[in-house]
Design a protein around this ligand. Sequence first.
Ligand code: SF4
Ligand code: SF4
Length: 382
Amino acid sequence: MATLAPYKEAAQIIEEEGGEALKLCYQCGLCTAVCPWNRVTSFTPRKLIHQAQLGLVDFEHDEVWRCVSCKLCVDRCPRGVRVMDIMRALRRVIVEVGAGITPDALRLSMKNTSGVGNPLGEEREKRTDWVKELGVKTFTKGTEILYFPCCYQIYDPFGKRVARAAVNIMKKAGVDFGMLGAEVSCCGESMRKAGSESIFQNLVQSNISAFAEAGVRKIVVTSPHCYHTFTEEYPEFGGDFEVIHFVQYLSELLREGKLEFTKKLNKKVTYHDSCCLGRYAGLYDEPRQVLESIPGLELVEMRENREHALCCGGCAGRFWMETKKGERWSDLRIAQAIEVEANVLAVACPYCMLNFQDSLLSPEWGDALELKDIAQLVEEAM
Ligand code: SF4
Ligand code: SF4
């Protein structure tokens, strides 16, 4: 068993990133009681925190990779302990100090991101290939908005539909926007949460330089993960620009009368709050306002919604790791959507989208539920 004690550097990392949180925890166990892992298997964040307090973490155990940073326990903890900061520090000890083994799939995503600027290992030059046919201009000084999609919305054929919808909506609404290609890279949010602080910081520095050089002041993103890191983490490295998630932007366009709907969508829709947009940023109303403005659409709520929403299970690097059938939170969430007889599950996050898409491949769900990003539903109704 690899423990903290022999690793001086590791102890420093824990102190830097999770030290304060470790001092606050008084071992009440509420975090364990609410953690969704315990609906499908067993996981004791309280125990891991205690081991970290004692410097006796078993870095070879796969528990260190469990926490998805969903923040559900943080909001319940009587001491407000940022559990995910402690978990991130423990993973950093494995990834950067070598105290344990980084799962293969995660190591590959890290290698790809560090090498070519995206976790899929795709060519940098292809970042904006697909938008040429849509007539999107290159961002230059004076352009009002930089549109920055997530890497999955750039390269993945399914994810790409969302970025296309966002582009089409902005074009129809007459927005002055452009995109940057090979000069920018992945935002790096998942790299940091998965424990690779050095890759994260390299990405931050190169993106901040590219934005500054291009004269970027305002960025619209279609991923809550880009939103979180650009608003909460980039400023500590000098990032200084306004960031808006697309659901906020849609609600702004709606207020200004720039979204014109020409079709009715007679669908019963339920919305899944992603953790980064919901518990992290408190953006609960904007997505619902946009959905409710679509003619014909009926919005219904799942049992666990807004601040109580169940995570899809894909944050903090879990997205790249295999989760056994029977342990996938996305399956539990699909069941909640079906329970309220929705025919569409609406999302606003690429990780949620791809996790639910995987779950829906299972024959048990049949074709009862369609999966759409809010941008796709708005585009459909325009
Ligand atoms: S809920 Fe908070 S104080 Fe209680 S064990 Fe978990 S982290 Fe510690
Ligand atoms: S942040 Fe979420 S996944 Fe992590 S320990 Fe807390 S409840 Fe569990």
